[in-house]
Write a protein that binds this ligand. Structure first.
Ligand SMILES: CC(C)(COP(=O)(O)OP(=O)(O)OC[C@H]1O[C@@H](n2cnc3c(N)ncnc32)[C@H](O)[C@@H]1OP(=O)(O)O)[C@@H](O)C(=O)NCCC(=O)NCCS
Length: 428
């Protein structure tokens, strides 16, 4: 990973602290050469006080054991019927994978345990087919999982569960991961696999809102690999039940997990929940949230420092973007007396909401307000984010001479040597 933006990375640290991430690994991931490195990456997350729950699959190991023992499998992914011989193979595969994970975690200094934290029901007879020992999750013992997490222990759950009579069932591991994530209210669910060729998957976007993911599944059900389809379908369920972000990653990509979590661009595919989103004028009650929102960018010298008083003095200039009534972005449009120019300033989007188009929306909103007021030219001053303005929202580089006199004076006094960025709104 390129750690050039260490400050950027560190801003994620407080956001992740004490949050629960559910990490779902296919059986093939545990068998992969990179699994030891993944364990080390998980240890990094634990050291940042991220609470981890690991859910593993067993498909690869089941298929290998079935060949070794010459047993035809009735289903290897826990979605079809599980006959007695297949159940036996899945139990052997599950304990093998769990032991491998415990060993790799031990080597990475991670404390882990395999709890009996899911209660399963028979899947039953569906479409006239008796699914025998295939199960579906009935309940998750969240108190047990939280107990382990409180003690710094990583719970490891496999795709096997039992009912209240002690009968064993095979469950699909993607479904287990989604159910656990929902039950413990995880902030992230991360599916790691090694057998999906993302490059070949119908131009799957890097980021999909949950409805875009639904539309992808709907339109490409016949041409998408079943593995990816399963992950997308469970991502959609998880997203609809309140997990804000689900990441799909390829373990073959070096340091995929940390790169996805700590870089703004990410290396995998993300499915995210769309919240109710609106931009409105800032009110007095928003000032504290604005200050909080911009504090990281102020520390990173991306935004000029502001005080409560300075915001209150020009409160009319500020607009805030809310998602589900939480303030996640802001922008200011400063007008100048006797000038047809206005400044777009204080543009900020909360780190966890970056790269979803909100920055662009805020600039376009400021632009439309300016247009309505007959402003002819917008300008922005930026020392670190000028590329965003030129590459994403149509500004071009100007010079300090392009600034209105009052702003030029402050610019010269400030000594930041920010770039001057301009956007023409009306023909001059
Ligand atoms: C700059 C900022 C507002 C962008 O918000 P955002 O919601 O992530 O923006 P969008 O989702 O609309 O756009 C993201 C795109 O801009 C790109 N981008 C983000 N910051 C960039 C930068 N500094 N230079 C070039 N491109 C940048 C992203 O890579 C992404 O590109 P893509 O769409 O091709 O993948 C946000 O990163 C932020 O708050 N930064 C810190 C504060 C800051 O610098 N403010 C500007 C002060 S003048």
């Amino acid at each position: 990973m390129n750690f050039t933006n260490l400050r950027g990375i560190l801003t994620y640290v407080p956001e992740f602290r004490d949050k629960i991430f559910v990490i779902a690994v296919d059986g093939a991931v545990v068998a992969h050469d990179n699994f030891g490195n993944l364990a080390l990456d998980l240890a990094v997350l634990r050291s940042l006080n991220v609470r981890l729950i690991v859910v593993h699959g067993i498909g690869r190991q089941m298929r290998e054991l079935a060949v070794e023992r010459s047993i035809p499998l009735s289903s290897s992914d826990g979605t079809g019927p599980t006959d007695p011989a297949t159940l036996k193979v899945s139990l052997a595969a599950s304990s093998q994978v769990a032991q491998q994970i415990l060993a790799a975690f031990g080597a990475a200094d991670l404390r882990a345990a395999v709890p009996n934290a899911i209660v399963v029901h028979p899947f039953g007879i569906v479409g006239g087919i008796n699914h025998q020992s295939t199960g579906r999750i009935e309940r998750v013992d969240t108190a047990f999982l939280h107990d382990l997490l409180d003690r710094g222990i990583v719970p490891i759950l496999g795709p096997i569960g039992s009912d209240r009579e002690g009968n064993l069932f095979r469950v699909n591991s993607d479904a287990v991961a989604a159910a656990i994530a929902e039950a413990v209210r995880a902030v992230k669910l991360i599916y790691l696999s090694s057998e999906i060729d993302y490059a070949k998957e119908n131009d799957l976007a890097r980021q999909l809102s949950v409805s875009e993911a639904e539309s992808f599944v709907h339109h490409h059900a016949n041409t998408t690999s079943p593995l990816l389809l399963s992950k997308l379908s469970h991502s959609i369920t998880a997203c609809r039940s309140g997990i804000p972000r689900i990441h799909l990653l390829d373990i073959c990509v070096d340091e995929a997990l940390l790169s996805e979590l700590f870089s703004q661009v990410g290396v995998g595919t993300m499915v995210y929940a769309e919240g109710y989103e609106s931009i409105r004028k800032a009110q007095k009650k928003d000032v504290r949230s604005i200050l909080q929102l911009i504090s990281q960018s102020v520390d990173a010298a991306e935004i000029l420092p502001r005080t409560r008083q300075s915001i209150l003095a020009r409160l009319n200039d500020y607009y805030v973007l809310e998602i589900d009534r939480g303030l996640v972005g802001c922008v200011a449009l400063h007008r100048f007396l006797d000038s047809s120019q206005a400044e777009v300033a204080c543009l900020s989007v909360a780190r966890v909401y970056e790269n979803q188009g909100l920055g662009r929306k805020l600039v376009h909103f400021a632009e439309s307000v300016a247009r309505q007021e007959g402003i002819r030219q917008l300008f922005a001053l930026s020392a670190r984010t000028y590329n965003f303005f030129t590459q994403k929202v149509g500004f071009r580089e100007g010079t300090p001479d392009d600034l209105p006199a009052a702003r030029r004076f402050l610019y010269d006094q400030g000594g930041r040597h920010s770039k001057v960025l301009l956007k023409q709104l009306h023909a001059p």
